[in-house]
Structure formats: structure tokens, C-alpha cells
Ligand binder design. Structure first.
Ligand SMILES: [Fe+2]
Length: 293
């Protein structure tokens, strides 16, 4: 499948870094109108206390209001396991449609079982306003955005290409960070390699924006690189590393990684498009399945 990209469209990208989860959220603005999109927003949680707050999301909302922007889309690159999405909170304040990859249904099916959700939990993606398939396009003002299916880290991962900027979610990290883990249910290292290759076929000068950075070896947090940089220098896939090499390395590394601290609340919220589940009395309530993950 060949995809149409338009490098002459150069969206204005504003990044928001959340130090609690090392997540980077973005506001992507059309240079030719007031339209914008939010990518991968964060809702704050103090998990020990069961307390949810919105400092991160409020900062994004304030930025959009101060700059008089019109929010058209709230994009999730995938169902995150390390932070909670603030998509519904932002939508409530500013409007916009919440979109994710249509393979969300696979994720909902898997974790609907893990969390023993009842039949009221729909596994058809209907909590979201839009479900993207590979190659689908949508508009942000005058810009045409393109959703590319890039699974491997999770089954529902997509990369969003907007003009000369691509939001890669957790498929790639900065060149010195490599790639994300592929050992979650439905994840697969060989598939992740193929998805990364798909991103690396985009034009060399394409700007790439990461969802996470952990500042390896004490360097400052960074989130922006290019396709050319990644192809040459990415420590896991750069310089033409083979799929076999990648899979061996990725599998060995993943076996050493801890479970993400916020995986239990994150999955329950994010598979509902960012809504906190409620109990039979309608109170917000999270579960902890024992020895199930
Ligand atoms: Fe992730």
C-alpha cells in the first residue's frame, strides 16, 4: 500500500511533557487556519490515593484557549499502559472527536476478560468517535491527516502523519532510546519491526514526534527527531539491523522489564476512551485483578 504524504504542509507542534509518566502530549495546529488536534493527552493519577486530577490536561486546554484554537480531533496513538488519557475531559471543555485505531476491539476483548467486565462493557470501539483503519485520512482544518497501522507494541497502535510531521506513539523512541517493548498481550516484536520499517519508508526529512522519552544516560528529555536520523542511528533498528537481530534483542530485553506502574488503572480507563469505569451505583471505581497480568 502506498500512502500520500504532503511534506509542504508544516503543522505547528507544541509539546507538553509529563514528568510523572515521561509522556509527551502534543497540540498540532494547522498553519492555514485555527484548527488543531491533541495527540496523547494525560490525566494525572495518584494511584495509591485513588485520586485523579487534571493539571496536565488543564495546561493543554489553557494553551488552546489562549491561542484561540479550534480543537477538531483528540487522537490516541494506542491504548497506553503507563498513563491515563484525558481525552473525555478535554472533549468536554473544547469539543473535538476522539479517534483511535480500529484494532482497539482486540484490546477491549483481551482486557475485558482480564478485568472480568460485564456485558455493559462494549468491545466494539463504540466509546470512541472514530476508529481508523490503515490508510484512513481525516482533516484538521485544511490539513489532511493520515492514520498508518503500526502494530507490534500493541495490536491497535497507529502512527498519525500530518503534513511533514508524524506522531509515532510507542513504535519508536529517540534514536538513543531505540524502541518500545513488545511483550504486552497482543504485542509482537517481529510485527513491531515491520511497523518501524513502514515508518522508515516515509521521507527522510519527515519530523517524528515520540510519545515517550526517558532521557537515556542522563541526557535531557527530547521528543523530536526525523526519519533519516532514526534510519541511520536508532540503536535497535538503525543502520539496517535485521528483523532477526531485532526480535532476539527485543525479546531478551522485554523479559527484564518491570510491569508499568500504572498499567492496571491505565488499561481500564484507556480502553474506555479515557472514561473512568463506574460501579453499580455509578461511582467511579477501579479494579485490581490479582495475578492476572
Ligand atoms: Fe504504550
Amino acid at each position: 500500500m502506498s500512502y500520500q504524504v504532503n511534506m509542504s504542509v508544516k503543522p505547528e507542534v507544541k509539546a507538553f511533557f509529563d514528568p510523572a509518566t515521561n509522556t509527551i502530549s502534543y497540540v498540532v495546529k494547522d498553519p492555514a487556519s485555527r484548527a488543531c488536534a491533541v495527540v496523547d493527552s494525560v490525566m494525572d493519577i495518584d494511584y495509591a490515593a485513588g485520586r485523579i486530577t487534571y493539571d496536565n490536561a488543564d495546561e493543554i486546554i489553557a494553551y488552546i484557549r489562549e491561542n484561540d484554537l479550534q480543537l477538531e480531533w483528540i487522537i490516541e496513538t494506542h491504548v497506553h499502559a503507563d498513563h491515563l488519557s484525558a481525552a473525555p475531559y478535554i472533549q468536554d471543555k473544547l469539543g473535538g472527536k476522539i479517534g483511535i485505531g480500529d484494532q482497539i476491539m482486540v484490546v477491549q476483548d483481551t482486557f475485558g476478560k482480564v478485568f472480568n467486565e460485564g456485558t455493559e462493557f462494549q468491545r466494539d470501539g463504540s466509546q470512541f468517535d472514530a476508529l481508523f483503519r490503515d490508510g484512513d485520512s481525516y482533516d484538521i482544518g485544511t490539513m489532511r491527516a493520515l492514520a498508518l497501522y503500526t502494530p507490534g507494541h500493541t495490536p491497535a497502535c497507529m502512527t498519525h502523519v500530518i503534513g511533514d510531521a508524524a506522531f509515532v506513539g510507542d513504535t519508536l523512541f529517540m534514536p538513543d532510546g531505540g524502541s518500545a517493548r513488545a511483550d504486552f498481550p497482543g504485542g509482537d516484536a517481529a510485527t513491531l519491526y515491520e511497523s518501524i520499517q513502514k515508518i522508515l519508508t516515509l521521507p527522510d526529512e519527515m519530523r517524528l514526534f515520540m510519545c515517550h522519552d526517558y532521557g537515556p544516560d542522563g541526557r535531557e528529555i527530547q521528543w523530536e527527531t526525523t526519519v533519516g536520523e532514526e534510519r541511520e542511528n536508532n540503536i535497535h533498528v538503525g543502520g539496517g539491523k535485521s528483523q532477526e537481530e531485532f526480535v532476539r534483542f527485543r525479546t531478551e530485553r522485554d523479559a527484564t522489564l518491570d510491569v508499568p506502574k500504572l498499567i492496571i488503572p491505565s488499561l481500564q480507563v484507556n480502553m474506555r476512551a479515557g472514561e473512568v469505569p463506574t460501579d453499580e451505583d455509578g461511582r467511579p471505581m477501579l479494579k485490581v485483578p490479582v495475578n492476572a497480568l
